[in-house]
Every structure is written in C-alpha cells, then in structure tokens.
Design a protein. Sequence first.
Lengths: 317, 285
Amino acid sequence: MNDIERFADSSPARLGRGKKGKVLSDAWFSVLLITPAMIIIFFFALYPLFYALNFALRHVDLTTAVGVGPLVGLDNFRFALNDRFFWHATKVTLIFTIAAVSVEMGLGIGIAFLLYQVRWFKGVIRSLLLLPLATAPAATGLIWRHMYHPDFGVYNYFLSLLGLPELNWLGSINLALPSVIVFDIWQWTPFVALIVLAGLQSLPREPFEAAELDGASTWQVLRRLTFPMLSPVLTLVFVLRTIDALRLYDAVYSLTSGGPGTVTETLTYYLYRIGLKFFRMDRASAIAFLFLYVTIVFSGIVLRSLTRAQSERARRL
Amino acid sequence: MERRQVTGGDLVRYAIIFALLIFFLFPIYWMIATSFKAPGDILTRPPRWTFQPTLENYFYAFEQANFGLFIKNTLIVAVVSTAIVIVIGSLAAYSFARYDVGAGHLMFFILSTRMFPAIAVVIPYFVIFRDLGNTVIGQALSLGLDRLGALVVCYTMFNLPFGIWLMHSFFQDIPVELEDSARLDGYSRLQVLLRVVLPLVAPGLAVTAIFCLIFAWNEFLFAFMLTRAVARTITVGVASFWTQRGILWGPLSAAATVCVVPMLIFALLLQRYIVRGLTFGAVRG
C-alpha cells in the first residue's frame, strides 16, 4: 500500500475515535473523492460570483481613483433595466438564438437522415463534417469576414456569377445579424447532424421491422417510432446548442464587433462593452446577474426534462 | 442483401451531400489558400483561384508577431488545465457514478456551473487576478493579469463540469460486479479504482482529454480579456493581425491556419472517439 491508500483507508480511524482497524465508510470515501473538485468549483466558480454580486450592489468605476465605492442598493439593476441598449442586446440575443438553433436543428436532422440512408463513403463524409466544429470561431470568424467582404469577398463573387445583386453582408443594418447567424449555422449544423446520426444508428431494429410488416407508412414510422425514440438525443442537442448560442461572443467579436452601430450587439458583447471598455464593473456585474438568472431558469427547466429522460432510459436498460 | 444498382435516389442524395460539403469545407479551403497568397493576390476581383504560392505570410506571422510564443503558451495552458481536469474530475466522476454522492443534486449543481456565461465570471476574474498579481502568492503561482496561471485556472474551471459529466457516463458503463469481485479478492476501494476501474475507463478519459484540449486551444474570451502580451494565446494572436490600420489578411490567414489545422488533424485522427464523446453518453453504442 502506498501513502495515499493508507490515508484513504485509515485516516478517520486515526483522526477520529482512534479505533484501530476501522476503515473509512463508503460515504466518507465518496466524499473524499469529490473534495478536490468541489474545492475548485467553490473557489473558482462560486467565489467570483459572490465577488460579482458585491460589485453589482456597489458603485464601482475602475477608471476613477475611488475604484470600489459605497453600496448603492439596486441602482445598477435599475440602470440596466432602463438602458435601451440592454433591451436591444436581449432582443438580438433571442433572435440570434431562435433563428440559429432552429435552422441548425432542422438542417442537422435532415443531414443525419440523409447520411443514414447513404451507402458509400459514409465514414469519409462524417469525418469531413466534423471539421467546422473543431475550428476556433475567433479565427474562422475573421476568415469569414474576408469572404463576406463587399468588394473582394468570395460570396459576392458567387452572387455576381449567378447574376444576383451583390450584398453588403456585414455592413448593412438588415443583413448583419443574418450573416452572423449563417456563420453559426456553418459551424454548428454538423454538430447537430453527427449527434442525431449517432442516435439514429443506435436505435433498435425490431420495432421498425414490425412496423414494416404491419404496412405502416413512412410518415407513421417517423412520427410514432423514430422521433419519440430519438427525443432524448434531440433534447440534449437542443439544450447544448441553446446554451452556447445564448453565450455567443467570439463570432460577434470577430465578424462585426457588434456593428454596424449596435445592430449585432448580443448580451455578452454588451456586457463586454460596459465592463471592460467603460470599466463600469458594477453595471456589468448587475447585467451578468440578470443574464445568469435567465439562463439558469431556462437550463433548469430543460435539463430537468433531460435528466428525467435519461433516468427513464437507465430504468429501461 | 445483394448489391443494388445505383438508383436515382442515390444520385440526388450524393448531389445534396456534395453541395453541403462544399458549403462546410469551402471556408477552410479559403483560409488555407489565402495564407499562401502574396499580398497582391488576396484582395482581388474576381478572386484568384490560381496563384504563385508563397510562405511570406507565415514568416511575417512568426517573426513580426512572435507567434511561436503564442503557440507555446497555448500548449502549456491547454495541457496543464486538461491534466488537472482529468485527475481531479475522474475522482469526482467515479464517486458520482459508483456512490451517487448527493443523489444527483450535486451533479446537477456542478453541471449548472457550466451554464454560467463566461462573461459573467470574467469580470470578477479580471479584478481578482489584478489584485492577486500584486501579492507574493500570486507571483509565485503566476496568477495575475497576463500570466499563464490565471488562464490555467479559467480553463480548468470551465472544463471541469463538462469533464465530470462526460467521465461520469463512462464510469457508469463499468459493471459493478467487476468491482465487487475485486473487493472480495482483497483489494481496497482505492486499489479497485486505480488498478481495476481506471484501466478499463482509460479510453473514456482519453475522449474527455481530447475535448478539453480542443476547448482550451480554441478558447478566446478569457485569453482576450486576461492577457496583454506575455501570456497571449493563439486565438488572441490571430486577432492581433486586426490592427489599427486595418486587417492584415495574409498574415491573419497564415495565423488562422496555424491555429485551426492542428485541431483539424486532431479531429480527423480521433473522429470515432469524438463522435462518441459528443453524444455525451446519451446514445449507447
């Protein structure tokens, strides 16, 4: 036995009542195993949050000599709720999330079904689809900026080849947000497709063979069998994509920097502008808490349904 | 089943797939192609499809912008934070899978810390590291603004909940009977974990490590906010070619290629494991 094992097996005996030979109970052993992780999460995730809460209730302006000032109650929250840029950013974030996630889900599910039916090169196609999601959005976003270039961009060149009018992709007020959405669709649709494909491939064969014998139509099979059986996988992808879409930052920074004006300013970008450009940490912290509240409520609702689905699956097995 | 003829349906399917692959792969091709173009070939109309390749942009990126340092920093931060996540996270994940500490509530809490928008913690981090950087402890552990230790802390923090969740599903796949029989053979609980369970779950730990490495390598927000020069990472380095005078497209494409291509190779080599990990244990098989 090495030192760690001796510690794990006998420490409470030595530290506790001193009974010799009494080993650590299962409960203590399991708690000991999670302790390092809990310490890290407590200090590095929770402590900064309390720090931020403290800021949110004070006057904090790091550009002045005072720095962290006196308590001001809920003034910073009041500021956020009365700031039209806050509501604008909220709207942009919601439009982005709803549009990007629904297209990614629809297209991704379609690609998954397509790949499921394909007979040759399935492995190669799957590998190639994996590539966009391994790229850093901060880097590829800048490449897309080049491709979206109004004069020299390759997308406008393709449009001109087809005889279509050329577009000011990132510079126009109406088009900038859709252009950011297209970038996100490029990066994350394959993610949806690959997970749904894995889900399809893992479905049991028997119910489908039985349905075929009963003469069920394709639509009936999809509606009664395929989608209900896929629902845990679909919920999972939906949650992961929504959470990431709400937190979108890298792509906005590298594609538009929130512009033109504040047309594509998402909540995270707005937070960045208030907190780290204007150094009003108090207001930024208050906004972060409003944001956090919304994401936790959302993910709490969806995650609960997900964990319920998973435990039902575990019971079936 | 006998080998069928190529049907019309097949042709339509492959045509659609071909179009989709062009959409998904073209930006990557364009990035690599631009990185080998001379300045005069980059902003042209129509775009140049054939050109005399040059390494000029790569020389510029490595000499002018110290890109070698960015790569070194990124490697250090990614590897160290991943190692911490795997060691500490696997202990916790095993405990959750085998002993169900906190009856699921603690797992849910850990997972919920993953929901925190990074931007919500980056602001307190900025102030905490600024203050910590001026103390003796902070300097000894390299925890401060523009220090690698600070990034290791951030990346560990955001990869740990994900890692625990992912590894939890791999530990659950190990049959309990195997552990029980090892206990009967006289192994202690820790011996069971180290000598029986960990070797079996090693592929799962590798999957988790791949993900943590890719996330850390591609991370931008923390690195952008918390570093200035010394601890700058590769993604921030790419963005640094976006200068006051405009975007230096050639060096930027070269830098982006250096940033992206290692992860592409990584993903291609390990694609089977990545798909397994992506499904987060929601799909068996």
